[in-house]
Write a protein that binds this ligand. Structure first.
Ligand code: FES
Length: 273
């Protein structure tokens, strides 16, 4: 059969001004929602991190403050605020550790795609004019090229998952004022912290970088059955990465709110067992 010659159709690319588009759908709704949700979370988390108060209740420790390296609660690993801490720098146990999970989320592939649209406005959305000129090279140049540190924060995130799991274990042991001993018990807070760590694990273990770490072998999937099983599990979680990115964001914030309001006496913790 004779090949039909393909005719090239000349296309002229017309540069658009920022925000200019011929799209008629409500393309701006999603970036606006992302802006409101992420913005609210960042404002709340920053406020909560600076409080240095009401982050424990009974055996519960807010995930924003875990691990509590130095601090005033019985969860503190190394005791109270160290003497070498400069007096003019605000102290809070959360400020020492929150940059790690914070930067893990900040450099996450999903979050990048979302907040580039909602906060950075580049790209605003498909087929919508962008604010920066042709010299803008995205993640191939400074500062966005720094996002490639994501894999290292992913490794650190795994350590946080282990620590938060241990916190759930600690949240099962209550002081008995009568005997002075610790006794097993489950409160609503225990369940919340447990659900939170499961959701955080589902989010972290579905990370692109960890998926390659689990199953990668140079440029192909490892042949060992354990690696392949891990790779498949991580791939399954990765398929719901956006979902877990959101629900774990809500659960970690709500866990802090729950512990905080119980500690302030505004909410009463319900003992299940
Ligand atoms: Fe989202 Fe790594 S890609 S956490």
């Amino acid at each position: 059969m004779e090949a039909v010659p393909v005719k090239a159709v000349p296309v002229t690319i017309v540069p658009r001004r920022f925000g200019e588009t011929s799209r008629r759908d409500a393309w701006w709704v999603e970036p606006l929602l992302v802006f409101l949700v992420f913005g609210s979370f960042v404002v709340y988390a920053t406020w909560a991190a600076f409080q240095n108060a009401h982050y424990t209740y009974g055996p519960y420790l807010s995930p924003f403050y875990s691990p509590e390296l130095w601090g005033s609660s019985h969860h503190a690993v190394f005791g109270p605020r160290p003497d070498w801490w400069p007096a003019f720098v605000p102290f809070s146990p959360a400020l020492l550790i929150l940059p790690f999970p914070g930067l893990f989320r900040f450099t996450c592939y999903y979050y990048r795609g979302a907040y580039y649209k909602a906060f950075w406005a580049d790209p605003v959305s498909c087929s919508v004019g962008e604010p920066r000129g042709p010299r803008y090279r995205g993640e191939r140049s400074f500062p966005l090229v720094l996002q490639n540190v994501h894999r290292y924060f992913a490794y650190i995130a795994l350590i946080f998952i282990v620590i938060l799991t241990y916190d759930v274990w600690l949240a099962l042991w209550w002081d008995n004022p009568t005997t002075g001993q610790q006794q097993f018990g489950i409160g609503l807070g225990t369940l919340l912290l447990a659900v939170n760590v499961v959701l955080l694990a589902c989010y972290a273990l579905g990370c692109h970088s960890l998926r390659h770490l689990f199953g990668g072998r140079f440029d192909e999937v490892s042949k060992t059955s354990v690696s392949q099983a891990c790779y498949n599990c991580s791939s399954a979680l990765n398929g719901r990465h956006q979902f877990f990115a959101y629900v774990s964001l809500f659960s970690v914030a709500f866990s802090d709110i729950y512990v905080r309001l119980c500690s302030m006496g505004i909410w009463s913790d319900v003992r299940v067992l």
